[in-house]
Ligand binder design. Structure first.
Ligand SMILES: Cc1cc2nc3c(=O)[nH]c(=O)nc-3n(C[C@H](O)[C@H](O)[C@H](O)COP(=O)(O)OP(=O)(O)OC[C@H]3O[C@@H](n4cnc5c(N)ncnc54)[C@H](O)[C@@H]3O)c2cc1C
Length: 479
């Protein structure tokens, strides 16, 4: 068996939006996909937040190759400007796509891939490895199974590996002991999990869109059920970043989320603790008490007391163990695909856009292996499905040897309206706009001119020209 054996499939790990888009592109190019999904239905990660209304309208959420396959089968496309919930993405788009005859026979639900290697080769052995097929081991309802593939597109996302509550990137002391009182992600506060939060004092930890959405849902619950209250803890000194770009955001629903949260805070209904870097949690009577370390606060020991339930929304990280036996290269701190890191590092910028990129930036030293979708971003936030769709179009074109198409990467993303540079997590007050004004639509991620203008104290430049070509080993695109 050899990778050039055309009877071998291309393995797609994960049947989320990007994995299924990859499968559609593979079909379009005449490959046989073999799609592995850990859950018993497609899009296991989106299913965990079915109730959440997304901030990108349908126009950004449907892949072009998937659309072609669906249209051929008579599928009626949803209204382009409508905002779907995560559940609607599954029910109206991803499941119909997965059920098409072109994909259905190649989809293995209930198959969690646990290891990827190359047949006959461990990581160290070089000679001949490029010719060896990939070997995938999966945990299934019938025990462990092995499969072979000529290439691997890893679209396993990050959502199933949430970051801990502990501020140091490792679990807080006591975090495991009180796991029954903690939910990671975005629980359905107003629906299925209402009983858990109604009438309780709930701590939400994190400063991203997920934390914002959960706080707003809890505020609604508090209006309906007396005794419900919310506490918000963030590591940073300010929460300006969470408020986002408001009307300057290219996705109005994303901008509105921040604006509503700002209003909630201004109303006094939300207790907030900034610079609260959680070190430990402990039981105090019937409730939990959370502490930070004294070293970080000059000897003071701030606490949050009386907490009944915790929602941890501190982001997620990729599962790197999956590819332990492959020759992969990640950014040392973002754990993203290495060449992508300068474009998406949240220490540097927060535009919400990324320069168009494709198979070249997504390649690893292991030929034929690509991490795509949310996983390609590692721990960096602001990934959008539209980015993943262009990634897989390029990767599949490269697998087909069509380098002209593979290199012709195009990406127009809606910006966050908070196009700042050097916006380190936890840094002092971050500028809330791009040099004092929203970035023009369609510009690339933060740019040299923008950073320079800020240094010189000028305003109003916006993000002008895109940064020229990438810089695989440099860390910053913002000079
Ligand atoms: C709350 C929330 C709201 C968001 N809103 C938007 C939005 O409005 N617009 C937007 O464009 N983006 C949004 N995103 C970001 C992003 O687009 C989504 O996270 C998107 O689902 C990423 O797609 P993906 O296919 O890369 O990964 P995922 O959707 O995470 O899919 C990964 C799939 O792989 C499966 N899997 C995981 N491990 C394995 C394994 N070992 N073996 C087999 N299968 C495995 C999972 O079950 C899952 O089905 C949002 C994200 C979150 C968390």
């Amino acid at each position: 068996m050899n990778v050039s054996d055309i009877s071998l499939p291309v393995a797609v790990l994960g049947a989320g939006p990007v994995g299924l888009a990859a499968a559609a592109h593979l079909v379009e190019r005449g490959f046989t996909p073999l799609i592995f999904e850990a859950s018993d239905d497609v899009a296991g990660n989106l299913a965990s937040y079915r109730h959440v209304r997304l901030f990108s309208p349908w126009r950004y959420n449907i892949d072009k190759a998937a659309l072609k396959l669906l249209a051929k089968a008579g599928w009626a496309s949803p209204a382009a400007d409508e905002l779907p919930t995560a559940g609607e993405i599954i029910d109206r788009y991803l499941r119909p796509l997965a059920e098409l005859p072109e994909l259905a026979g190649h989809l293995k639900l209930g198959h969690r891939v646990t290891q990827v290697s190359r047949l006959g080769f461990d990581k160290v052995t070089t000679r001949g490895r490029e010719q060896a097929p990939f070997l995938l081991r999966a945990q299934t309802g019938d025990g462990e199974r092995e499969y072979f593939a000529r290439a691997v597109i890893d679209a396993t996302g990050t959502w199933s590996h949430p970051n801990p509550l502990g501020a140091n990137g490792i679990p807080a002391i006591g975090e495991a002991d009180y796991a029954a009182r903690t939910v990671y992600g975005m629980p359905d506060v107003l629906g299925a999990e209402r009983h858990r939060y109604a009438g309780r004092r709930v701590l939400v930890v994190g400063s991203g869109h997920s934390a914002a959405g959960t706080l707003l849902a809890l505020a609604e619950l508090a209006d309906e059920v007396p005794g419900t209250s919310m506490v918000w803890a963030v590591r940073g000194a300010t929460v300006e970043k969470t408020f986002g770009g408001d009307s300057a955001d290219g996705l109005p629903a994303r901008g509105a989320l921040g604006a509503r949260l700002k209003a909630l805070l201004a109303s006094g209904a939300l207790e907030i603790h900034t610079r609260f870097r959680i070190h430990a949690l402990e039981i105090d009577g019937d409730s939990l008490r959370l502490r930070v370390t004294g070293e970080e606060t000059g000897g003071a020991h701030p606490v949050i007391q009386g907490v009944d339930q915790i929602v941890t929304a501190t982001g997620a990280r990729p599962d790197l163990a999956l590819t332990r036996e492959l020759r992969v290269r990640h950014d040392p701190w973002l754990e993203s695909t290495d060449a992508l890191a300068p474009l998406i590092d949240p220490n540097e910028h927060s535009c919400g856009t990324v320069r168009p990129h494709g198979h070249r930036e997504l390649a690893h030293p292991e030929p034929g292996y690509y991490a795509v979708g949310a996983k390609s971003y590692g721990r960096a936030p602001n990934f959008l499905m539209a980015t993943g769709y262009e990634q897989v179009r390029s990767v599949v074109a490269a697998l087909a040897g069509d380098l002209a198409q593979a290199d012709d990467v195009q990406l127009e993303l809606p910006e966050t309206g908070v196009c700042s540079t050097r916006q380190a997590y936890g840094a002092e007050a971050a500028p809330a706009s791009c040099c004092g004004g929203p970035a023009p639509a369609g510009s690339a991620a933060c740019c040299v001119q923008d950073a320079q203008a800020k240094v010189e104290g000028k305003s109003g430049c916006g993000c002008g020209e895109p940064v020229p070509a990438p810089m695989p080993k440099e860390k910053s695109c913002c000079a």
